[in-house]
Structures are given as structure tokens and as C-alpha cells.
Design a protein around this ligand. Structure first.
Ligand code: ADP
Length: 634
């Protein structure tokens, strides 16, 4: 045989080896459940066993399942018709493997195997070690069992709730449950000096619920095995656990991990899925042809400790009490844990925004305080400035007052003379008294005008006609102009020039400009000493006032600086008048500038919004620096 022929034959054998199970007849496996699907751990075991078998066996599988529900009852003879049924079912069908799940199914199969499956391999699964020891295994039998260490159930309870002194054992009253009750009583004995055990095996489930609702403090419930209650009513342990949990006033502990999540606290539990995986592994080996009796599988014990987070919370069990390496399932992630970064980011933004808003508010408050302080100071300075102006005018005012006061004096002397006459001319006397009264009123008017100007209390902004303002200033300045030999003209239009402002502020602006102009006229020769104050509308929206003089003019270099504070060319000047003037004008929404006249002298112009055109409800001007005009008259 050539080498290539050998290789070909080898490859074909390998292929058959690999594909053999897949191409072969389907393997027929019969799963026999001890109870219905509602009894832990049998509720979960067959399902996962089935899945594992399908997953692990590479070829087709023909799975039969049946449930030996009568295992719930103690009447073994009742099982005979069930055996007849199975006999009929499999009479024409070859079965490759029988898998009884749980003690009652194992007992049933052993009792009827000669009749039903005399040569079929058996895999006894879900059998507790103690039951397995009592089971006779033939060479055709394999077993995958489990081991429940009952004392560790109590140790777990005492580890997580050390103050427990009463353990209530919920257990049914069926034959298998009776067996386990006996086992528990025996194995719990070492704990009886510390814990009182109460067994609910002789109660109906309704009574169990009632009692579970009012257990004494420091109690715990162990739901050991639950199939049929003392009243003979069978119920699924899953439903029983959920009913018990809803009323119990003590934590519930269990045996299998399949109950975790349904209301038990947890502990070292039997991992049902591992049990199924082990059983499926052995089943596959048997189906492949291994002798069942040669397969030895260690019984599966409790797994690593696992706990239900919700139950730990409910019974206030600290995680510190759990054995090292414990796994906590069903942990509810709090909103904080889930969205921590988002919450932190949002909080940071909100805090930042809040801080920004607070800062802006405080800045606004500070600004408002600064504005009000600056306004207060402005009023103070403007008032001082007007006082200074009034002081500067004192000589001329005194001079002007002299005239009516002198007239009063000479009229009263004339009155004396008339009164000494034999028959005084009463009409004449009346006329003289009238003159005296008129002169007195004139003197009072001069004083009142200056007093009003220098008064500290200022009215609110109001609508005023600039013509009236100019008229008042003209009257105040007239004596000064006369004293200085200056021809003062007020040029007023026929139409009113309404603006909005505090009258004394507007008077102050014009008066300042005019006094500066008079200073500039200084020693100009007679015939060239004139000043004009003019108020007029400039278009529909603006009022314009100009104060022009025939003085020295302003040197071109200084034109840009004269409005700056402390700029002065005068010996006794402080350089504040024009900066105050500009502040007032700008505060009322206007503009001021100076230029030189081609014919000599300077002209100062300022504009203000016409009151009818732009309603500017402005507050009285607020200055930001203190300026005080000193008397600059010779
Ligand atoms: P002060 O009168 O105390 O000097 P002002 O601010 O009122 O302060 O004036 C600043 C300067 O502007 C004056 O010193 C002067 O040089 C110049 N100035 C103001 N008005 C006139 C004017 N009408 N003609 C020429 N120069 C003027």
C-alpha cells in the first residue's frame, strides 16, 4: 500500500471519527423528573441539563421527558400505571440513555428498570450524596450527585446575622421532605445551645405565612425543601418563596442558587447550572460508548458565597459581614453611581453659573453703589463749583445791588423831606413809597437769582426751554459783564428749544463757558469786548447752544486738552470747569467742543437732544471725578 493510500485511509477514518455522531442515528435520551417544574432545584435543573446536552452532544438528539409528579405523595403503588405508560411509550423505541433527576425518579427507575429499561445505561442525577449512598449502582449506572452540608446553612445565617437566636425551618411533609427533616434535626443539634429551631413541617402553608409575618425579633427563616405541606397541598417552591417573602418579617435563607433573586439572602449555595453541566458531560461520555460504571463524578458541593444585594439592604446586613470572596448580585446601581460624572459635570456647571450670577449681581450692586456714590459726589462738586461761580460774581452782584439800595436810600431821604412839609403831598409820597418797594423787589430778585443758582438742593430733571435758561444766565452775568466792560448779548429764537435736564446744571454749563470767555476777553481794547450766548434748534432732533467771545482764542495745541481735568493756563485756575461742563453735557446725551473764530476769539458749542424728539429721562448728571472751579476773575 502506497503512502498516499495510507494517508487517504487515515483521513477518512478521522473524518468518520469527527462526523460520526453527527451522521449517526439520533441518540434517544429519556429525562425523568421527580416533580413538576415548579420545585427547586428541579425547576431549573432539567432545563439547563437539556440545554447542556444539546450543546455538548455534537450529533442529533431525540429527547423525551416525563415528570413523576406522584413522588409528592407517599403512595408508591400509584406509580405502577405510570410505569405501564412508559412501557407502552418505549416498547417500539430504543432508548440510549435514561436520566432520572432527583431521588424519587431514581427510586422509580430502579424499581421498574428490569421491566422498562433492562439494558439501557442510566445516569442518576440530582441525587444528594446521602441518598446516593443508599442507591445500588450497577456497571450500567453512573451518578452525578450533590452534597448539601446542612450545618453550613446555619453557619451562614449566623455569620451574616450573628444576633440570630431563632431559626424557623420551612419544610414540607412529603416522604422526601420527612427524610430531610430528620437529617436537619440531627445536623442542627450542635447549634441548639445558641439557636432555637422551630420546624414548620406540620403546618399548612397558610398557617406558615401567618406565623412568618410575626416572628420574634432576631429570627431567620430557612426554606429548606418545599413540596407538599402538612395539609397535603403541593405547591411549587418558587411560588412559596415569593409568598413567604412578601409577608415574612425575618430574612429567608435557601439552599440552591436557582432561588437567588426570588427572595433569599444568599450564602454558599448549590450551583444548579454546574450540576446540569456535570450531568450533561457524563451523559455525553455514556452516549459516546463509555461504560457508565467506569465514570466517577465527585458530588457537587456548595459554590462560592453569593448574596442578593436587595435582601442585604432590606435586612440591613452590612457587606462587611459577608465571607471573603462573596459575590453580590442584583446590586441596584443608584442614580448617583450610574450618572455620577454627568451629575458632577452638571453640578459643576450649575455651581459655576451660580457663582458667575452671584459675582455679576455683586458687581452690579457694587457698580450701582459706585454710581450712586459718584452721583452724590458730583452733586457735591457741582454745588461747590456753583458756589465758586457765585463767589466769582460777588463783586458784580454787590455792585448791582448798590443801585436799588442807593435808590431806596435817596428815596427814603426824599420821603423824610416831604413828610416834614406842612401839608405833605400824599400823591408824591405814595409815588416815592412805590419806587422804594420796586427797588426793594429788584434787590430781592438779584439776591434770589444767585441764591437759586447756588442752592444745594436740586430738583429732578425736567423739560425746560433753553431760551429760559439763557435768559436767567444773562441776568446773572449782566452785572459782571457791565463791570468788565463787555457787551453781553443773548440771542434767542422765537421758537422754544425744549430739552430735558436739571435747570441749574444747564445754567451752570453756560455760566462756566461765559466766565471763561470773559476771562479770555481780559484786557482786550474797548470796542472789541463782546460775548454772545445763543440757543437754537439744530434740525429736528438737536438743540445747540453757543457761547462765543472776542477773547484771546485758544492756541491750536490746546484745543484737544482744554476739557481734560486740571488743564489750565490761568495763574489761579484749577482746570476743572470745562471737564465738569463736559460731564454735565454728556450725561444729558449731548456733545461739547470748542473752536476759534476766524475774526478772533473762541466759540464753545454744545448740543443736547431736543426733548420732543428723544425722550431721555436721564438722571441728574453723575461725574466721576471731583472738579472744582476756582474764582478766576481778577
Ligand atoms: P480754569 O478756568 O480753571 O483754567 P477750565 O477748565 O474752565 O479751567 O479751562 C481750562 C482752560 O481752557 C483755561 O485755562 C483756558 O486756557 C482755556 N479756555 C477756556 N475757555 C476759553 C476761552 N473762551 N478762550 C480761550 N481759552 C479758554
Amino acid at each position: 500500500m502506497s503512502i498516499w493510500t495510507k494517508v487517504l485511509i487515515g483521513a477518512v477514518i478521522l473524518l468518520f471519527d469527527l462526523l460520526g455522531p453527527a451522521m449517526a442515528e439520533p441518540k434517544r435520551v429519556f429525562l425523568l423528573h421527580s416533580f413538576g417544574s415548579e420545585f427547586a432545584p428541579f425547576s431549573d435543573l432539567p432545563g439547563t441539563l437539556r440545554e447542556e446536552l444539546v450543546r455538548q452532544w455534537p450529533g442529533p438528539l431525540d429527547l423525551f421527558e416525563a415528570s413523576l409528579d406522584m413522588a409528592l405523595f407517599s403512595d408508591v403503588d400509584a406509580q405502577s400505571p405510570f410505569a405501564d405508560y412508559l412501557s407502552a411509550l418505549f416498547a417500539q423505541r430504543r432508548v440510549d440513555l435514561v436520566v432520572p433527576i432527583g431521588g424519587p425518579a431514581v427510586s422509580f427507575i430502579q424499581r421498574y428498570r428490569e421491566r422498562l429499561f433492562p439494558t439501557t445505561p442510566m445516569l442518576f442525577s440530582g441525587l444528594e450524596e446521602r441518598r446516593l449512598q443508599d442507591t445500588v449502582l450497577t456497571a450500567n449506572d453512573a451518578a452525578v450527585g450533590l452534597k448539601v452540608e446542612q450545618s453550613s446553612l446555619i453557619e451562614n445565617i449566623l455569620a451574616v446575622l450573628p444576633e440570630t437566636n431563632n431559626v424557623v425551618v420551612v419544610v414540607g411533609d412529603s416522604p422526601i421532605e420527612k427524610f430531610w427533616l430528620g437529617e436537619m434535626r440531627r445536623e442542627f443539634r450542635p447549634f441548639t445551645n445558641r439557636v432555637t429551631f422551630t420546624y414548620f413541617n406540620k403546618l399548612s402553608f397558610e398557617d406558615i405565612l401567618k406565623k412568618a409575618a410575626s416572628l420574634p425579633p432576631r429570627s431567620a427563616i430557612l426554606l429548606a425543601i418545599w413540596h407538599t405541606d402538612a395539609a397535603g397541598v403541593s405547591r411549587g417552591s418558587k411560588g412559596a418563596l415569593s409568598s413567604l417573602r412578601s409577608v415574612a418579617n425575618a430574612p429567608i435563607f435557601g439552599v440552591y442558587d436557582s432561588s437567588l433573586g426570588d427572595g433569599i439572602v444568599g450564602g454558599r449555595l448549590i450551583p444548579v447550572s454546574d450540576l446540569s453541566r456535570n450531568a450533561a458531560g457524563v451523559a455525553v461520555r455514556i452516549l459516546r460508548g463509555e461504560t457508565p460504571g467506569d465514570i466517577k463524578a465527585e458530588p457537587l458541593g456548595a459554590g462560592a458565597p453569593i448574596y442578593d444585594w436587595r435582601e442585604l439592604q432590606r435586612w440591613n446586613i452590612s457587606e462587611d459581614r459577608l465571607p471573603p470572596g462573596s459575590e453580590i448580585r442584583f446590586r441596584e446601581v443608584s442614580v448617583w453611581e450610574r450618572y455620577r460624572w454627568l451629575i458632577l459635570a452638571v453640578a459643576a456647571v450649575v455651581l459655576l453659573e451660580g457663582a458667575l450670577i452671584l459675582w455679576l449681581l455683586s458687581e452690579r450692586r457694587r457698580r450701582a453703589a459706585a454710581q450712586s456714590e459718584s452721583h452724590r459726589r458730583l452733586l457735591e462738586i457741582a454745588h461747590l463749583n456753583r458756589n465758586a461761580d457765585a463767589g466769582a460774581l460777588s463783586t458784580s452782584i454787590a455792585h448791582e445791588l448798590n443801585q436799588p439800595l442807593g435808590a431806596i436810600l435817596s428815596n427814603s431821604e426824599a420821603l423824610d423831606t416831604y413828610l416834614e412839609a406842612e401839608s405833605p403831598d400824599l400823591n408824591q409820597i405814595r409815588e416815592i413809597v412805590g419806587d422804594i418797594r420796586r427797588d426793594d423787589l429788584r434787590a430781592a430778585e438779584i439776591i434770589d437769582r444767585v441764591r437759586q443758582f447756588a442752592k444745594k438742593q436740586e430738583p429732578e430733571p425736567q423739560e425746560v426751554d433753553l431760551n429760559d435758561i439763557v435768559r436767567v444766565v444773562d441776568k446773572i452775568l449782566a452785572p459782571e459783564a457791565k463791570l468788565r466792560g463787555i457787551e453781553l448779548r443773548a440771542s434767542l429764537g422765537e421758537r422754544a428749544v425744549p430739552v430735558r435736564g436739571v435747570p441749574v446744571h444747564l445754567q451752570q454749563v453756560i455760566l462756566n463757558l461765559a466766565l471763561n470767555g470773559m476771562d479770555a476777553i481780559g484786557e482786550r481794547p474797548a470796542g472789541n469786548r463782546e460775548m454772545t450766548i445763543e440757543a437754537a434748534r439744530n434740525g429736528n432732533a438737536t438743540a445747540e447752544v453757543s457761547v462765543s467771545d472776542s477773547g484771546t482764542s485758544i492756541p491750536a495745541d490746546n484745543l484737544a486738552s482744554i476739557f481734560e481735568p486740571f488743564f489750565t493756563t490761568k495763574q489761579r485756575g484749577m482746570g476743572l470747569g470745562l471737564s465738569i461742563v463736559r460731564q454735565i453735557v454728556e450725561t444729558y446725551g449731548g456733545r461739547i467742543w470748542a473752536e476759534n473764530r476766524p475774526t478772533g476769539g473762541a466759540v464753545f458749542r454744545f448740543t443736547l437732544p431736543l426733548a420732543g424728539a428723544t425722550r431721555n429721562d436721564r438722571r441728574p448728571p453723575s461725574f466721576t471725578s471731583s472738579r472744582l472751579r476756582t474764582a478766576s476773575l481778577p
